[in-house]
Design a protein around this ligand. Structure first.
Ligand SMILES: Nc1ncnc2c1ncn2[C@@H]1O[C@H](COP(=O)(O)OP(=O)(O)OP(=O)(O)O)[C@@H](O)[C@H]1O
Ligand SMILES: [Mg+2]
Length: 195
């Protein structure tokens, strides 16, 4: 029986999902909630394989989709569900939307991706962080993996925006300063928690 809340932050590479997952968790902890941040790819063995795979750029879209789906089953069963059952607020830095958006951007169809992800826990709240891909890549600098190319990220962003509008996910413009975005995310989450 699920008692906790499951919040997911989504967005293109460099949109700030890690920054804002951590800042949101710190804020909620300061309000005495029990909160855990987790992320995808996970820290488990499949997550490590994915990082290695993406870093070396041996990309086949179907392999990406299957690896991410396998990692998500393990992450959900071993980490997310037990925490939710304990009543914890779980914040995941990426989840199912990342698979749907990145792998449809790579040419796969949504139905198949949803099918191989049928063991997920539905997030209670998904927040989409929207940023200009050029700004995002500029913030990241350093090493880039398979997905971190501007043309590809433009496509990914377009799909994220379409889905966010379709699914009514709150959209945060992360071209703005971190603290401004953080306050808006806090408002959104507080309004959700008080419902
Ligand atoms: N609104 C912002 N303004 C300026 N810099 C930002 C903003 N948001 C994030 N950053 C900076 O951009 C960099 C990337 O942010 P972050 O790691 O949170 O992005 P991410 O979406 O998790 O990226 P990745 O896809 O690599 O996991 C960090 O150095 C972070 O401090
Ligand atoms: Mg990150």
């Amino acid at each position: 029986m699920k008692k906790g809340r499951f919040i997911v932050l989504e967005g293109i590479d460099g949109s700030g999902t890690t920054t804002h997952s951590n800042k949101l968790a710190d804020y909620l902890k300061s309000k005495n909630y029990e909160v855990i941040v987790t992320q995808e790819p996970s820290e488990g063995p499949i997550g490590k394989t994915i990082r290695d795979y993406l870093f070396h750029g041996w990309g086949s879209p179907a392999v990406h989709a299957l690896l991410f789906a396998a990692d998500r089953v393990e992450h959900t069963e071993k980490v997310i569900k037990p925490l939710l059952e304990r009543g914890v607020i779980v914040i995941s830095d990426r989840y199912i939307e990342s698979s749907i958006v990145y792998q449809t951007a790579e040419g796969l169809d949504t139905c198949w991706i949803e099918e191989i992800n049928k063991f997920i826990v539905e997030p209670d709240l998904t927040i989409y962080l929207d940023v200009d891909p050029e700004v995002a890549l500029d913030r990241k600098k350093g090493m880039r993996d398979t997905f971190e190319r501007v043309e590809f990220l433009k496509k990914v962003r377009r799909i994220y925006l379409e889905r966010a509008k379709d699914k009514d996910y709150p959209i945060m413009n992360t071209n703005r300063p971190i603290e401004v975005v953080h306050k808006e995310i806090v408002r959104c989450v507080e309004s959700y928690l008080s419902r």
